[in-house]
Design a protein around this ligand. Structure first.
Ligand code: AMP
Ligand code: GLY
Length: 424
């Protein structure tokens, strides 16, 4: 089988390594990929939003399966373009990817079908939002409706901050057209857990749980980022919580999408908050998380191609998903200054230390080859150093040990990824 992976981050590197493990796959392509993905796939120089060019490539090379990693092409309808040309593709169609593409849509869906989430109001008029906020309890949460690289959420402690937030999102359009609508949501407290799942339109099978660390600095200080590291499984996602979610959240979401005529096939990522009143949905993503894929897929034993084909064909109920008992921890090595401004183009050394090991992984995110053929930094998040261990504690110690193997100028990481589990 020939497989094309669309995307260029650590998530797509993790997907590529899983695909490589499949005995059914003879050749992997990645568009546009990165320097790490190049070690398992042939790089194709086409951007993720160039749908027709990607479909032309898939047709010409007789690709048997295309896997779409990022949210932008999914929300933009890449799956519909591929399907219209008779090409097999893994991911939700445009009318289902809206689950991630519009927060107002997902909130209304949860309300209509009784899926637990924070109380909210949707607004498309900034004046109405301001009036509402004059009387609302603080703190309060403002969310730009559309995709905003994970940055369109503002937690406002005072009325002044909330009013300034409306201006930023809806009037100044800091997040572009993502701010044409806005969700105002009740502020919740609790521990966050991510649960990834495969869905075939009817059946949902959850993968493993994970916990992200979104802030740039230790102790959850600093700005929100795409994710600075994570671990899987989450010990806070107990059997009891899992049962509650299976009954009240997971299957209900799949059924709700089907009832709306928006059959969902692909990956649903449930961002949950474990509140005092039980688990509630913070957000849905219509794809693997980054870096959630790095810790979840390294633990998956089932052939990823078998699972993805079962999702496309609607036969997921017949398939068993198996995961290793081992835990995984991923620490992101970033360029100092991320998520604001940072320098790039620095040579990365020590990458060969990961070669030939099956319990340490170095997933590339922002890397590329320079003109001299050396691997250099090319983004804010550069590498996702990941290790498996018999316990989370062991995986954590191994991941941090391996962060010392690689080096580049302006290397930055959080030192407290998965530290909370050591208090247990
Ligand atoms: P989201 O992109 O919706 O997951 O939001 C990004 C982050 O903002 C979440 O991971 C939470 O840490 C925080 N957040 C979002 N919604 C709420 C809420 N209603 N209450 C408290 N924190 C929230
Ligand atoms: N790590 C969070 C995300 O991929 O959205």
């Amino acid at each position: 089988m020939k497989v094309l992976i669309i995307g260029s981050g650590g998530r797509e590197h993790a997907i590529a390594l899983s695909v490589k493990k499949s005995k059914r796959v003879s050749k992997i392509y990645a568009a546009p990929g990165n320097a790490g993905i190049a070690s398992v796939a042939e790089i194709v120089n086409i951007g993720v939003m160039e749908f027709e060019a990607l479909a032309d490539f898939a047709e010409k090379e007789k690709i048997d399966l295309t896997i779409v990693g990022p949210d932008d092409p999914l929300v933009g309808g890449i799956v519909d373009v591929f399907e219209a040309r008779g090409l097999r593709v893994f991911g939700p169609r445009k009318n289902a990817a809206i689950l991630e593409g519009s927060k107002a849509f997902s909130k209304d869906l949860m309300k209509k079908y009784g899926i637990p989430t924070a109380a909210y109001e949707n607004f498309d008029d900034p004046k109405k939002a301001e009036e509402y906020l004059m009387h609302a309890d603080m703190p309060i949460v403002l969310k730009a409706d559309g995709l905003a690289l994970g940055k369109g959420v503002l937690i406002c402690n005072t009325r002044e901050e909330a009013l300034a937030g409306v201006k930023e999102i809806m009037e100044d359009k800091k997040f572009g057209s993502a701010g044409n609508k806005m969700v105002v949501e009740e502020f919740m407290t609790g521990r966050e857990v991510s649960v990834l799942s495969f869905v075939d339109g009817n059946t949902i099978k959850t993968m493993a749980s994970a916990q992200d660390h979104k802030r740039a600095k230790d102790n959850d200080e600093g700005l929100n980022t795409g994710g600075m590291g994570n671990f899987s499984p989450s010990p806070f996602y107990t059997k009891e919580i899992e049962e509650f979610c299976q009954k009240n959240i997971f299957q209900k979401t799949v059924d709700a999408m089907k009832a709306e005529g928006r059959e969902f096939k692909g990956v649903i990522f449930f961002g949950l908050m474990l509140t005092e009143k039980g688990p509630k949905v913070l957000e849905f993503n219509a794809r693997f998380g980054d870096p959630e894929a790095q810790v979840v897929l390294t633990r998956m034993k089932t052939d990823i191609i078998d699972v993805m084909e079962a999702c496309i064909d609607g036969t997921l109920d017949k398939l068993q998903l198996d995961f290793m008992d081992q835990a995984a921890v991923c620490v992101i090595l970033a360029s100092d200054g991320y998520p604001l401004s940072y320098e790039k183009g620095f040579e990365i050394t020590g990458l060969d230390r990961f070669d030939g090991r099956d319990d340490y992984f170095c997933f590339h995110a922002g890397t590329k080859f320079n003109d001299a053929g050396k691997i250099v930094t090319n983004g804010g998040r550069v590498l996702g150093v990941t290790a498996l261990g018999n316990t989370l504690k062991e995986a954590r110690a191994k991941a941090y040990e391996a962060t010392e193997w690689v080096d580049f100028k302006n290397k930055y990481m959080r030192t407290d990824i998965a530290k909370s589990i050591e208090m247990l």
